[in-house]
Write a protein that binds this ligand. Structure first.
Ligand SMILES: O=C(O)CCC(=O)C(=O)O
Length: 230
């Protein structure tokens, strides 16, 4: 395995780091196939189309193995020198059926009063401004942000939190155009959103969340695939 490097001081300054080509295109194809299987199974059992699938690692051996992939762990190890625990993951898929822009938010708004976390946003399709890639606000993890309730109808019920008061410099907004298999590692205090999927082309993403190993917090107990990695 080639060492993949991450600039840890840039991660700490900016709140995110992009690491190219972690998975190969054939691996992305296999993960996308597996994602489609999970989504189809759920749709068959619930009859509902919903753009988020929570708990891919809990439902699929293949996604469980991805949580400990040495190429991902090598980056996490540099960013999280005190240890790594996987908490949970989810698939977020934008397409012709789900073209909405994910609203501005920080992930910590979804898990208040728990220990700090980071997530790995890894698209299984090339992710661009036109199919809804992630947009981040450089350095925004250094500040506090107030959230309001979002219009959940617009996001098909998937995202409840929104930052309406955008007190940041628009020049710090970074549209992350990245090829499939590349990944964005980002702090749960980093402001982010996604572009609208104007083309309706598939944009499937697996998002995995990690924190430092510690005794379970009450919040953690809803996530059966959680486990200590290092
Ligand atoms: O993939 C997306 O559209 C954004 C996902 C996101 O922001 C989140 O799950 O917190």
């Amino acid at each position: 395995m080639n060492a993949i490097l991450v600039d840890v001081s840039a991660y700490e300054r900016d709140g995110f780091a992009i690491v190219p080509n972690i998975l190969s295109p054939p691996e992305c194809d296999q993960f996308k196939q597996e994602a489609c299987r999970l989504i189809r199974e759920r749709e068959c059992s619930t009859g509902k189309v919903y753009p988020v699938y929570l708990g891919a690692a809990a439902a699929s051996e293949r996604f469980y193995q991805l949580t400990d992939d040495p190429r991902i762990v090598a980056i996490l190890r540099a960013i999280m020198p005190t240890g790594i625990m996987f908490l949970s993951d989810k698939l977020v898929f934008k397409s012709e059926q789900a073209k909405f822009a994910t609203p501005w938010h920080i992930d910590a708004a979804y898990w208040p009063n728990t220990r700090p976390k980071l997530s790995v946003w890894l698209p299984l399709d090339d992710a661009t401004a036109s199919n809804g890639t992630l947009t981040v606000v450089r350095g925004s993890h250094q500040h506090e942000w107030k959230h309001n309730r979002s219009d959940t109808h617009e996001t098909l019920g998937a995202f409840q939190n929104i930052i309406r008061d955008r007190q940041w410099n628009p020049r710090d907004e970074v549209i992350c155009n990245i090829s499939r298999g590349s990944a964005i590692f980002f702090s749960d205090k980093l402001v982010h959103s996604s572009c609208s999927n104007t083309t309706g082309a598939d944009r499937f993403t697996i998002i995995s969340t990690y924190h430092a190993p510690a005794a379970d917090e009450v919040f953690d107990k809803d996530y059966p695939a959680r486990h200590v990695i290092l």
